[in-house]
Design a protein around this ligand. Structure first.
Ligand SMILES: Nc1ncnc2c1ncn2[C@@H]1O[C@H](COP(=O)(O)OP(=O)(O)OP(=O)(O)O)[C@@H](O)[C@H]1O
Length: 314
């Protein structure tokens, strides 16, 4: 009998070196449920992508990304659009774990390994923009660049407050940028502070920012914040914590599977919290592209969604 093979790709520096300290335990847990398990420690930026590509070439059954959102992003960049794609598992052991939070994967390492070993699978969409891939979010506008500036320590301590503080601190120096955004068969032209294209409902600690976002419906949630002053921004940021911002006339909220963004002046793209090249960009939803190991509840919720969608069609 051929044994199933699992490869853990972990960032030894992320979080408080949690993956590194627990690697023997993680390997043991996977061996216990019948995997032949091995591990690869990333050495520098981009290494998790190379590690994932190797797991593709060697036809591993499962690739586990152990680290923060940056590590997960690099791993999916190694798996995306390959003919053979191993299943994906996640151990949220970084400082920022927005994606794992969106799926409900616990931060506790024992509980996260339980999820992995139970092995419930769910298809997920991923986003593609100019040949790069994301699981959580793509965005642009000076305000999105603040994710680079918020120190990890502050993020851990203050969660979403850290973004508030940084956002308010930066706002007076931020000019709106003129853009054209085509989304499916609609289009917007005007001055904006930022746009966000979200695949999940957990963005920078704001869990109600894109409340409709489901990561397997073939659609992104698009949020555009039109030009605003400081008072409007503070009002909107506090509305966003309650999920009430979508009703505001300064905000456009829509769902779409293909979003094209162009701007006259230079505008950077932010992909899963990191710099991801410059605009223009066409953001495309790759429907059910990866198979992710998720908690039982997440899989059941997904199956319920599918049943409801089928009922609506009948
Ligand atoms: N050995 C390494 N040394 C330094 N950086 C690394 C190493 N391996 C990977 N990296 C880089 O570290 C980045 C951040 O890692 P990751 O997402 O796992 O942690 P994080 O939660 O964002 O933050 P932190 O590292 O503060 O915990 C990755 O995108 C990757 O490019």
């Amino acid at each position: 009998m051929n044994m199933k093979r699992a490869r853990i790709i972990y960032n030894p520096t992320s979080g408080r070196e949690l993956a590194k300290k627990n690697i023997a335990y993680i390997l043991d847990r996977l061996e216990d449920v019948g995997y032949e398990a091995s591990a690869y420690a990333t050495k520098h930026e981009g290494d998790a992508t190379a590690g994932a590509r190797k797991a593709v070439d060697r036809k591993f059954d499962l690739v586990v990304a152990a680290g923060g959102d940056g590590t997960i992003n690099e791993v999916i960049n190694g798996l995306a659009e390959q003919n053979y794609r191993p299943k994906l598992g996640i151990l949220p052991l970084g400082t920022t774990n927005d994606f794992a939070r969106a799926i409900g994967i616990p931060r506790d390492i024992v509980k996260a390994c339980d999820v992995l070993c139970e092995g419930h699978e769910m298809p997920i969409d991923i986003g593609k923009v100019n040949d790069r891939y994301f699981v959580n979010i793509a965005g642009g506008g000076k305000l999105t660049e603040l994710t680079y500036d918020v120190p990890s320590k502050l993020k851990t301590m203050l969660g979403q407050m850290a973004y508030f503080i940084k956002g308010i601190e930066m706002l007076p120096s931020i000019r709106p940028i003129k853009v054209r955004i085509d989304y499916d068969d609609r289009s917007f032209e005007g001055d904006i502070m930022l746009f966000l294209v979200s695949n999940s409902n957990s963005v920078g600690g704001f869990e109600k920012l894109a409340p409709e976002a489901k990561m397997n419906d073939g659609l992104f949630d698009l949020i555009i914040l039109k030009a605003s002053n400081l008072a409007e921004f503070i009002r909107l940021a506090s509305m966003a914590t309650r999920g009430e911002h979508m009703k505001d006339p300064k905000v456009i909220y829509a769902q779409a599977s293909r979003i094209k963004v162009e701007s006259e002046e230079k505008m950077q793209l932010n992909i899963d919290g990191e710099y991801g090249g410059d605009l223009p960009g066409e953001i495309v939803n790759l429907y059910h592209h990866l198979h992710l190991i998720v908690p039982k509840e997440a899989k059941e919720a997904h199956e319920l969604d599918v049943q409801q969608a089928v009922k609506q069609l009948q």
